[in-house]
Structures are given as structure tokens and as C-alpha cells.
Design a protein around this ligand. Structure first.
Ligand code: GCU
Length: 659
């Protein structure tokens, strides 16, 4: 096993379970995994002649009271014992980890019967890992936790013990699929599909005991770059034959392989446009190849013009995915999942929910989140993202009586997220960023879970339960530090939904005009009078009209647009008054100052744990908080100074800004 931090699965006997008997009935490799877990928790396995076992786990596909899916289970506690009846072996594994959670949170054997079933049938984590170290992006694109756990020295690692530990952690939160390589598929990584299959199969073998299937990101130009064909035209018979053979080879090597992830005609990646075809043609080409094997194609909707002219106010990047994809609704094969980022731009700290998620009723659409903190502090800032994700999942695009985003994803392609782990000893660089990975899995399983409750669960598992004594202090500090940290981050970075203002390229730290005169389509349009992007139908780009009612009208009007999204939808004078009562300029000043004060408080809070927590972990978090404090001040001063200079409007409270 690896000597990395155990994250939320603390090693050794589990209090309340250790010493007890467990009866696990059935024959399946995943049940062997459950047996090994129970043993590691200190339980002893018994046979069916011992009905008094503390924990009993069995599979009943037919009745069982289980929800009828492989992964579902029914859990019954009577105060002294727990019984899990699962719909399949994966349900038994998930049921076991539910017992572990209950043990950690003081709910072991809690009386009553509860049914458990993943809300999202597909729960995939995407890794943006390269084999080679990319000159600009490093090995893990947008990775903030060291190198890849899969690849090293130009190939798949010999020692995959970190992968085994990772698979176990993911299984414990219900993740069922992992894509191991970057969506930007460079030349070396393209060959994973062919030359490296034996090594990819080794990785798949590490995930298999945990019920997790492996996916690969592939290049749409593979028939050219790997197959030596002259074209990758999706309608060309030779191209179709190439993909079918490629898929056959993959499944011959990895019988439970999951499918392909594709970024096509996006930020320079090859795609069907080269041959005058569209995204449905492209996706269906791959779908046809993987269909005989029960495979999936995750086709990403992150398609926009990244070479636009900043002078051109009519082109709006926010519109692009909707404009490209919604006309294709109904043309995608059944095993194609169109994977849509949660917002129309790019994983900003605040964006409206992408209207594409609600606009393709005849397509399997998946929601894509970013656990890796590209635009949310890069795992140097403590930012607990579950509250943001919960807002996205709860959004009801057709109004309160209609389905939520969680419902739409559940009915379609499920949920995906970009992972935040690397070969760092704490997995995630910032130890507290482990909470985000944990929360993603839990929300993918059940979108109605309360982010604060997930946080407490993660804290109990990670730091030990103890509701009282010194453990209680740890839990209180970590909770307080993280609970509101998303809104803290928002309050010192780009204001009111306008987005970006980050250093170009790295995307870390403030640069208010960094992208203003760039081709990337990410502008704030601040001048001496006002700021924001007019995306209204009446006078702007028309993006607001991509929403169904009631949202199209809500966003269109200054009277109803939520404050936090004001500048995403409207260009307003600095003197514009928010619903909160503050003017835009005063809001900018006030929240930047308040944000830094909250970070100062976070630094002090953590200090209270000095000597009460593992020294390395304490020091790592302390150092990151120090950097967050420095960076938050930098953000405050850049943003405030910039807007004071632009607007000439002084802070009502006369605080130190630097004109
Ligand atoms: C962002 C990110 C890129 C990534 C892209 C994507 O733009 O900065 O590194 O490749 O998203 O999602 O494909």
C-alpha cells in the first residue's frame, strides 16, 4: 500500500465494528472486496449459521426490497445490528461504505429502514493527466497536487499502489467510472488507445475490484495520427472501420472498459468540422464503434471560438455551446452523452447554470463540474465547493414546478467532474481540498444531501468522530473554516458574476484586464462609467434568451436579475443600486475588504489547532492559508484600485485603496 495520507478512510479497526461478526452472503469478486474491507475494519467473517452477526450483507436481485438496480441497497438497523440487502454486488460494496460512514458519525445500527440508490446512473471522474510533462501545463493540466498517479517517466507507472488506494477511496463515495487522461490529447497520449493498451489494462485491473470502469480520452484525429489514414471524416467508411477495430482491440484487452471521452473542435483539438461534418456526425461515429461492447461516448459541449476579435461585441462565448449543440438535439445515438460544463463560460466562481442542460430533451446530457480548483484558488486557497454544486443541482430551469438540473442529469447522462488529485502525499495539495472530492461523490449519489452535513461527515471520517473533547474542537474549526469558504473566495475575486480577471495562462491571482484585449471571449467591459456584459435580448448578445421562462425574463430585467449575476447579464453604471441596497462600486469595495477579513479569521482559526493535529498536515494547511491571505490581499487591492481609478468614486468608508 502507499504511504500517502489515507484521506477519509482512516486505517485500522473501526470503532463499533471491530471485534464484531459479519455475515456476507454470495459469490462475486466485489463481495470479496467487501469481505477484505470488513476484515481490515477488525470484523470476523462468519457463516449463515450465525444469524446474530453484527452486520449482514446479502444480494437479492429479485425482491430484496432493493430498488432493483445493481448499485441500490436497503439498509435496516435495529439499534444493535445492521442488515444490508443489495440489488447487486456493487450495491453490497456501497452498502458497506454506508455502514462505515454511519460508524464514523455515531449512527451505527440506527433504527429504521432506508433505501439507497445513486441519483446519477453515471458518476465519472475525469483526469486531465498527461503522460509526458507538458511544457506549459505540466503533467496534470490544471492539476495542483503534483504529478499523475497513473503515469511517470513517459509511461504507465510500474507501481500502481496509489491507483489502488484511489480506487478504494472513490468506491467509498460511489464513483463508478474514471477517465485517466487529459481531454487535450497530445501525440504521446493518443497512443494510449493502441500501443499502451496492455498498460492501460493494468490500470483497469486496479479499479476493477472496486466496481469502477476505466475510460480514455481519445483524439478525434486518431485515424490519421495512429492509423495513417488521410482523413478522420466521420462519414468515411475507412474511418468507421478504423474506429470499430480500435474499439474491438480495447475491449479485447479490457472487457469492462467504459468508453471514450472526446473534446472535439474545441480550443484547437481536432474534430468533425475539418470535414464539414457536425458534432452529431462525430459523436455517432464513435458511438457506433463502442456500441457492440456496451460502451459510452462522452462528447464535450465545451465548444466556442477561442480566436475571437475582442473588438467584436456581437460574438458572445456564453452563447456558443447552445448555438452549436441544441440544433443537433435528437440526432445523437443512445450511447452518446453530451457533457456540459455547469456554466456557459468556464468553471468560474459564479456563473449562471448553462442553458444547454435544459435545451436538449432528446439527448443524454451530463453535467460537468470541476473539482480541481482551476478558477477557485488552485488548492492554495481553501474553498469548499459543495455549496456551489448544490446550487447548480437545485436549479430548476423551467421554474420551481419543473425538473432540477439534478433531475435532468439523472434522466440523461449523469454527472462528471474533473478530479483534483495527484501524486502529492495529501493527494490534493491542500489537505482541505480532499473535502471537495468527497463531496462530489456524495452529491453525485444524492443531490439532496446538505453540503454542511457532507462536510461534517467528511470531517468525522477524516479527523475522527469525537463530538466532544479535543476532536470536537478540530471538527468545529474545520467546519467553520470551510463552510462558507466559497462565498469568501467569491467576495475577494471577480465581482458580481463578471468572471475571470485572472492572470492569463496560469489563471491564478488577479489581473483585472488580463483577458480584456485577448481572443478568448472573456471580457468585463469596464470603462469610466460602468462595467458588465450586456447579454440581454433587448440590447445585448441575446444570451438571456437561451433560457426558458421564468429565467429568460428574470435575467433580462434589472429589476429581477439576482445581484450575484448582475454583471454577467448587464452592463451598468457604477452607481447602479443592487437589490441589497448598495451601489455596484460600494459593493465591490465592501466585499473585497470583508473577504480579506474573513481570510484573516481563517488563518487565526487554524492556528487554534496547533499541536492538536498531525504536524505535517497542520503545517501544510497553515502554509496554504498564509498564501491565501497574501493572495486575497492582492486581489482586494488590485480590484479596488482598478475600480477607484476607472470610476473616480471614493469608498464611502474612506478605507485605504491605492489610486
Ligand atoms: C479550461 C482549461 C483548459 C481545459 C479546458 C477544457 O479552459 O483552462 O485547461 O483544457 O477548460 O475544459 O477543455
Amino acid at each position: 500500500m502507499s504511504d500517502a495520507h489515507p484521506m477519509w478512510l482512516r486505517p485500522g479497526p473501526i470503532p463499533g465494528l471491530a471485534g464484531g461478526a459479519v455475515l456476507i452472503t454470495g459469490d462475486d469478486p466485489l463481495l470479496d472486496t467487501v469481505r477484505a474491507e470488513a476484515r481490515a475494519a477488525g470484523m470476523h467473517l462468519v457463516g449463515p449459521d450465525q444469524p446474530a452477526a453484527l452486520v449482514r450483507i446479502s444480494i437479492d436481485r429479485a425482491s430484496g426490497g432493493a430498488p432493483g438496480t445493481e448499485t441500490g441497497f436497503v439498509l435496516t438497523g435495529d439499534g444493535e445490528r445492521t442488515v444490508v440487502v443489495a440489488g447487486g454486488a456493487s450495491g453490497a460494496l456501497c452498502g458497506w461504505f454506508e455502514i462505515v460512514r454511519r460508524a464514523a458519525t455515531g449512527r451505527l445500527h440506527e433504527p429504521g429502514t432506508t433505501r439507497h440508490e445513486p441519483a446519477q446512473a453515471v458518476r465519472i471522474l475525469d483526469h486531465w493527466d498527461n503522460i509526458d510533462v507538458h511544457p506549459v501545463m505540466g503533467q496534470v493540466e490544471r492539476g495542483y497536487a503534483g504529478g499523475s498517479i497513473f503515469f511517470d517517466a513517459g509511461r504507465v507507472r510500474d507501481d500502481l499502489s496509489r491507483v489502488a488506494a484511489y480506487a478504494r477511496l472513490l468506491a467509498s463515495i460511489g464513483i463508478d467510472r474514471v477517465a485517466i487522461n487529459n481531454v487535450n490529447v497530445h501525440a504521446r497520449e493518443a497512443r494510449l488507445l493502441t500501443d499502451d493498451l496492455a498498460d492501460v489494462a493494468r490500470i483497469a485491473a486496479e479499479f476493477r475490484p472496486w466496481g469502477i470502469r476505466l475510460h480514455l480520452s481519445v483524439s478525434f484525429a486518431s485515424p490519421i495520427v495512429l492509423g495513417g489514414l488521410e482523413t478522420s471524416d466521420p462519414l468515411e467508411p475507412a474511418v468507421r472501420a478504423w474506429w470499430r477495430e480500435a474499439a474491438d482491440r480495447v475491449w479485447a484487452a479490457i472487457p469492462d472498459f467504459g468508453g471514450f471521452v472526446v473534446k472535439a473542435d474545441s480550443e484547437g483539438q481536432p474534430g468533425p468540422f475539418a470535414d464539414g461534418r457536425d458534432h452529431a456526425d462525430g459523436a455517432n461515429l464513435l458511438a457506433e464503434a463502442v456500441a457492440p461492447h456496451g460502451g459510452l461516448v462522452h462528447w464535450r459541449a465545451f465548444v466556442y471560438n477561442h480566436t475571437q476579435d475582442w473588438r467584436d461585441r456581437t460574438t458572445d462565448r456564453a452563447r456558443a455551446a447552445f448555438d452549436h449543440f441544441t440544433p443537433l438535439d435528437g440526432r445523437f445515438a443512445d450511447n452518446v452523452i453530451v457533457q456540459v460544463k455547469h456554466g456557459p463560460m468556464d468553471f468560474q466562481v459564479r456563473e449562471p447554470v448553462s442553458p444547454v442542460l435544459a435545451a436538449m430533451p432528446h439527448t443524454r446530457v451530463a453535467l460537468e463540474l470541476q473539482v480541481t480548483q482551476e478558477y477557485t484558488g488552485q488548492q492554495r486557497h481553501a474553498v469548499y465547493l459543495a455549496p456551489m454544486w448544490r446550487e447548480v443541482l437545485d436549479f430548476a430551469p423551467f421554474g420551481a414546478a419543473g425538473p432540477t438540473i439534478a433531475d435532468l442529469a439523472a434522466a440523461g447522462g449523469g454527472i462528471a467532474a474533473v478530479s483534483n488529485v495527484g501524486d502529492d502525499g495529501f493527494w490534493t495539495g491542500h489537505p482541505l481540498a480532499q473535502a471537495n472530492l468527497y463531496a462530489f461523490g456524495r452529491l453525485a449519489w444524492d443531490a439532496t444531501l446538505d453540503p454542511a452535513a457532507i462536510l461534517d461527515e467528511w470531517i468525522a471520517l477524516t479527523f475522527g468522530s469525537g463530538a466532544s473533547g479535543s476532536d470536537g474542537e478540530i471538527a468545529a474549526v474545520v467546519h467553520e473554516l470551510l463552510d462558507d469558504s466559497w462565498s469568501t473566495y467569491e467576495s475577494y475575486t471577480a465581482p458580481l458574476g463578471v468572471g475571470f480577471m485572472v492572470t492569463p495562462g496560469t489563471h491564478y491571482g488577479p489581473s483585472v484586464d488580463g483577458y480584456e484585449y485577448s481572443p478568448w471571449g472573456t471580457y468585463h467591459f469596464a470603462d469610466r462609467d460602468g462595467i458588465g456584459v450586456d447579454r440581454t435580448v433587448a440590447t445585448g448578445t441575446g444570451y438571456a434568451g437561451q433560457y426558458p421562462e421564468p429565467w429568460a425574463s428574470t435575467y433580462e430585467s434589472l429589476d429581477t436579475v439576482p445581484d450575484e449575476l448582475l454583471l454577467f447579464f448587464h452592463h451598468v453604471p457604477y452607481s447602479h443600486r443592487l437589490h441589497s441596497g448598495s451601489t455596484v462600486i460600494q459593493h465591490i469595495y465592501d466585499t473585497r475588504f470583508a473577504g480579506v477579513e474573513r481570510v484573516d479569521a481563517m488563518v487565526d482559526m487554524w492556528q487554534r489547532l496547533d499541536g492538536r493535529i498531525d504536524g505535517d498536515l497542520f503545517a501544510r494547511v497553515r502554509d496554504r492559508l498564509t498564501e491565501q491571505q497574501r493572495s486575497a490581499r492582492e486581489w482586494r487591492d488590485h480590484v479596488n484600485t482598478y475600480f477607484l481609478r476607472k470610476s473616480g468614486i471614493a469608498d464611502e468608508r474612506g478605507r485605504a485603496i491605492h489610486p
